[in-house]
Design a protein around this ligand. Structure first.
Ligand SMILES: Nc1ncnc2c1ncn2[C@@H]1O[C@H](COP(=O)(O)OP(=O)(O)O)[C@@H](O)[C@H]1O
Ligand SMILES: [Mg+2]
Length: 253
C-alpha cells in the first residue's frame, strides 16, 4: 500500500547514480549508473569484489557523500538535493550507519556512546540516559553500560555501535562489512540482530558484505561489478550457500 507521501517507510530509489573520484588529473569512475529500487523493509546485501564500488554506494546512500549525477530518494526524500543542515538532521534521525571498525569513542562509556546522537541533538541528560538504558536492555547489554569500549568484546562493541545507529529508530540502517573484524559465532549474533531489526521493527537494512554466509541472512543480494549492478539474487528462492557462492562468481548475466 505505497503512496507518494514522505512518511518514513524505508523505501530507497536510485536512478542513474554516478560517482567519479579525482586523483590529480586521473578520473576514477567508481559508480557508472546505478538504478536500484527497494520498496519493502527487509534485510538486503550489497556484494561484489574489492573495488567494485560497494563502499562508495553505501556512502552515497547514507548521505556521507554526494553523487555526480542521478537521484537518490530515501523515505520519499531526494537526499541529493538537501543542504548540509537538512542532511545532518536527516542523517541523525532517519537513517543509521555502522562500520566495520565500530567507530566508538574510546573515552566514553557504552551508555554515553549509545546516546551520543541524543547528546548532539540537545536532549537533556536524564531523558537521554533513560532512552539509552532501554536500548541497552533490548540489546542484552545492560550490565555493560558503564564499560568503555576497550573493556568490551568486538561483538559487544559492534552491538553498541548498532544501538547508537538505531537510537532514533530510523527507517533505514546501513552497515559496511559490520562483521569484518568478528569471529564466525559473534558474526552470527550481529546478522541475527540486523535480521530482527528488519523483520520485527520494519527497518530497511542494507549490508555491504563479501561473505556468502552473511548474505544467507538476507532476502536479496545486489551484485556490484565495476561500478554497475550486475544482477540481483533472490536469496529466498530456496538457494543454498554453495549455489549462492557459485552465482556470485559468475562473470556476467
Ligand atoms: N577516495 C578515493 N579516491 C580515489 N579513488 C577511490 C576513492 N575511494 C574509492 N576509490 C576507487 O573507487 C573504486 C570503488 O571503490 P570502493 O567503493 O571503495 O569499492 P569496494 O568497497 O567495493 O571495495 C575503486 O576503484 C577505488 O580504488
Ligand atoms: Mg569497501
Amino acid at each position: 500500500m505505497s503512496d507518494n507521501s514522505t512518511q518514513p517507510n524505508g523505501a530507497i530509489r536510485l536512478k542513474g547514480v554516478t560517482k567519479n573520484y579525482h586523483l590529480g588529473k586521473r578520473v576514477v569512475p567508481a559508480l557508472k549508473g546505478i538504478d536500484l529500487e527497494i520498496i519493502d523493509p527487509g534485510f538486503y546485501a550489497i556484494m561484489g569484489p574489492s573495488g567494485s564500488g560497494k563502499s562508495t554506494l553505501l556512502h552515497l546512500l547514507a548521505a556521507l557523500d554526494r553523487p555526480d549525477a542521478g537521484s537518490i530518494e530515501l523515505d520519499g526524500v531526494r537526499i541529493d538535493t538537501l543542504n548540509e543542515t537538512q542532511l545532518t538532521q536527516f542523517r541523525r534521525h532517519q537513517i543509521g550507519i555502522v562500520f566495520q571498525q565500530y567507530n566508538l569513542i574510546s573515552t566514553m562509556s557504552a551508555l554515553d556512546n549509545v546516546t551520543l546522537p541524543a547528546l548532539l541533538d540537545g536532549m537533556p541528560r536524564k531523558q537521554r540516559y533513560e532512552k539509552g538504558m532501554k536500548l541497552l536492555e533490548s540489546l542484552g547489554l545492560t550490565d555493560r553500560a558503564d564499560h568503555r569500549p576497550d573493556a568490551l568484546s568486538g561483538g559487544e562493541q559492534q552491538r553498541i555501535a548498532i544501538g547508537r545507529a538505531i537510537l532514533f529508530e530510523p527507517s533505514i540502517l546501513f552497515a559496511d562489512e559490520p562483521t569484518g573484524n568478528l569471529d564466525s559465532e559473534t558474526s552470527e549474533q550481529v546478522w541475527k540482530l540486523l535480521h530482527d531489526l528488519a523483520n520485527q521493527q520494519d527497518m530497511t537494512v542494507i549490508m555491504v558484505t563479501h561473505e556468502p554466509v552473511a548474505a544467507m541472512h538476507c532476502e536479496k543480494a545486489f551484485i556490484l561489478r565495476d561500478g554497475r549492478i550486475l544482477r540481483t539474487i533472490d536469496i529466498h528462492d530456496g538457494i543454498d550457500i554453495g549455489e549462492l557462492a557459485t552465482r556470485l562468481l559468475q562473470p556476467d548475466g
